[in-house]
Design a protein around this ligand. Structure first.
Ligand SMILES: Nc1ncnc2c1ncn2[C@@H]1O[C@H](COP(=O)(O)OP(=O)(O)OP(=O)(O)O)[C@@H](O)[C@H]1O
Ligand SMILES: O=P(O)(O)OC[C@H]1O[C@](O)(CO)[C@@H](O)[C@@H]1O
Ligand SMILES: [Mg+2]
Length: 540
């Protein structure tokens, strides 16, 4: 969607919609962003006949006048222009009333958006032993998950996503499915569990036998081997860290990848990876749509940093926080056992300090946590040096957790920035820098002997197998992805939103990075727990 204008189609209520009628209402069909309809049912049937995929749908009960920007769209910050297209029938023009409840569905694309005549088949789960006594085997097309669950009495209903889960009809014959799985970006605990559960889910729930593993990330589509995957092959891979398919950065060539998908006759693509990977998945989906291929593209969000927007938490994060406890514990034991011990533990987190924040909150042994979102300073009143000295005086030891992206303003050299193959900035080591600064300060300024222990467990926290919680979470993600692809959705990412799994448009999770919000309560909870400086009141 363009950020500078929002084109809207408003459908009149109770109109027997016909394809040609709809087309005649649309003056700019190529640039439609929002569809307003009088009921969810009308919305769902209408969307299938449109010659484009509007990104947002909104059922409303009746119309009187054209909606204002704030009435129709809660994510106001994205809109800088408002250019509604008035939809008219011969006898009525259509608009929105003041009693609008503010419901917005941010929907995911469906294969029928560009392949309207695709046949459907009954979902094999109807006859599945596993679901034999489940009350509601299938998720209704009207089930949605609210983006915000803390609301005020009169606030609009707000943004919703489609609830994930099996649908009554599927858009693939199981015996005709040729699925593939690819893993991209950095490692994360649980990748193998997701692979395992996609394979088992496709096989056990839908009777799909034809599943390929693409080796070595995106570039693997055109430059590496593939491996056949079956429940037997993936049976115990969840016990291992890493990815059995291997991963890589860079090498995303949309055309080559989609050519390869076509050449191999693949019709379901499962893509496991972080923000970069999801951007790549979106490009693949768009190319698939352009070529009008019967191919579902499903993203499973993966990142140790928990920096993916919209979803509650990314898989593997919980395991990483747990694993980080071991490093923090080691630092604490070391510094507690010596005179003036200063322990520094560097944890991952390029732009988001979630691992550092949660590891600190969980541990209770951390005196100070430094994250990218909260700038810190060393010297003077309220600075880090003063705090370390005070804690050494009180406790004779101090433990600092620093996220790799913290304090980059001190160590980055913008002129000589290095990047990895995906274009991510390679960050200079803040842990080493901090260690040296603290050592120098106490040796030369304070003339005080300290005992420095620097621990860098970065890769150790992400190379482990996932814990019990993440294993279960990975299963839900994988099964949701399989249900979504079988139901013909495409260009979607799966993930929990307020604890309920949903299908989220890929672009929605890539347009922003999830960061620790200093204005939210969680950071305040950490500050209240460590009693560390806020670094907000620097005196020059
Ligand atoms: N904007 C983009 N468009 C297309 N492909 C992209 C884009 N950004 C990254 N990719 C591709 O996605 C893959 C993974 O990207 P990246 O290395 O940034 O990791 P990631 O998915 O963000 O995971 P993590 O941050 O957890 O390591 C790479 O193969 C890269 O080429
Ligand atoms: O060294 P690699 O494998 O490129 O990965 C390191 C990066 O990957 C992440 O784990 C995820 O993006 C970052 O926290 C870290 O900077
Ligand atoms: Mg990333």
């Amino acid at each position: 969607m363009s950020n500078s204008n929002l084109n809207i189609l408003v459908s009149p209520p109770k109109i027997p919609w016909k394809k040609h009628l709809i087309h005649s209402f649309i003056q700019k069909p190529y640039s439609m962003d929002l569809l307003l309809t009088s009921s969810p049912n009308l919305q769902f049937s209408l969307i299938k006949t449109l010659p484009f995929s509007p990104r947002f749908h909104k059922p409303i009960s009746s119309f009187n006048s054209f909606p204002t920007k704030s009435q129709i769209y809660s994510r106001k910050s994205l809109i800088t222009g408002y250019y509604p297209i008035r939809a008219q029938t011969s006898d009525q023009s259509t608009t929105l009333t003041d009693d609008d409840d503010g419901f917005v569905l941010e929907d995911v694309p469906h294969l029928t958006n560009f392949l309207p005549d695709l046949p459907t088949y009954p979902n094999p789960l109807e006859y599945s032993q596993a679901y034999a006594i489940v009350k509601n085997t299938f998720v209704s097309s009207e089930d949605v998950v609210a983006h915000q669950i803390v609301v005020q009495k009169n606030s609009p209903k707000g943004v919703h996503f489609r609830r994930a889960g099996p649908r009554e009809k599927v858009y693939f014959k199981p015996e005709e499915v040729r699925a593939c799985i690819v893993t991209c970006g950095g490692l994360c605990p649980g990748i193998n569990t997701v692979i395992r559960e996609i394979v088992c889910g496709l096989n056990y729930m839908y009777g799909v036998h034809n599943i390929l593993g693409i080796e070595g990330g995106y570039r693997g589509f055109y430059s590496r081997n593939t491996m056949e995957l079956s429940p037997k092959i993936v049976n115990d891979i969840h016990k291992r860290g890493g990815t059995i398919l291997q991963t890589s950065r860079g090498g995303h060539d949309t055309n080559k990848i989609v050519d390869n998908i076509q050449d191999r006759g693949i019709n379901q693509v499962y893509i496991i990876g972080g923000d970069g990977t999801q951007k790549g998945a979106s490009a693949i989906y768009k190319e698939v749509e352009k070529r009008r291929l019967h191919v579902a593209v499903a993203g499973v969000p993966k990142t140790i940093d928990n920096d993916i927007a919209v979803i509650d938490k990314s898989f593997g994060f919980d395991t990483a926080v747990e694993e980080a406890q071991r490093a923090i514990n080691a630092a604490h034991v070391e510094v507690e056992s010596v005179e003036n011990g200063v322990g520094i533990v560097k944890l991952m987190g390029r732009y988001s300090g979630f691992i550092a924040m949660f590891a600190t909150l969980a541990s209770r042994d951390v005196d100070c946590c430094l994250i990218p979102e909260s700038p810190f300073y060393l010297e003077g009143q309220g600075g880090l040096f003063e705090f370390i000295q005070q804690r050494l005086k009180e406790n004779r030891h101090v433990v600092i957790v620093v996220a790799e992206g913290a304090g980059q303003e001190y160590v980055s050299d913008n002129a000589n920035e290095e990047k990895d193959a995906s274009g991510n900035k390679l960050l200079p080591d803040i842990g080493q820098w901090l260690t040296q600064k603290i050592k120098n300060h106490f040796a030369t300024v304070k003339k005080m002997a300290i005992n420095m222990k620097y621990i860098d467990p970065t890769y150790m926290i992400r190379a482990v197998p996932s814990n019990a919680y993440d294993n279960i979470y990975c299963t839900l993600l994988a099964q949701s992805a399989v249900h979504g692809a079988m139901a013909g959705f495409s260009g979607f990412t799966v993930g929990p939103v307020n604890s309920r799994h949903a299908y989220i448009p890929i672009e929605r999770v890539t347009e922003a990075t999830n960061v620790v919000k200093l204005t939210d309560r969680m950071w305040a909870r950490l500050l209240a727990s460590t009693n560390q400086p806020t670094f907000l009141n620097k005196h020059e």
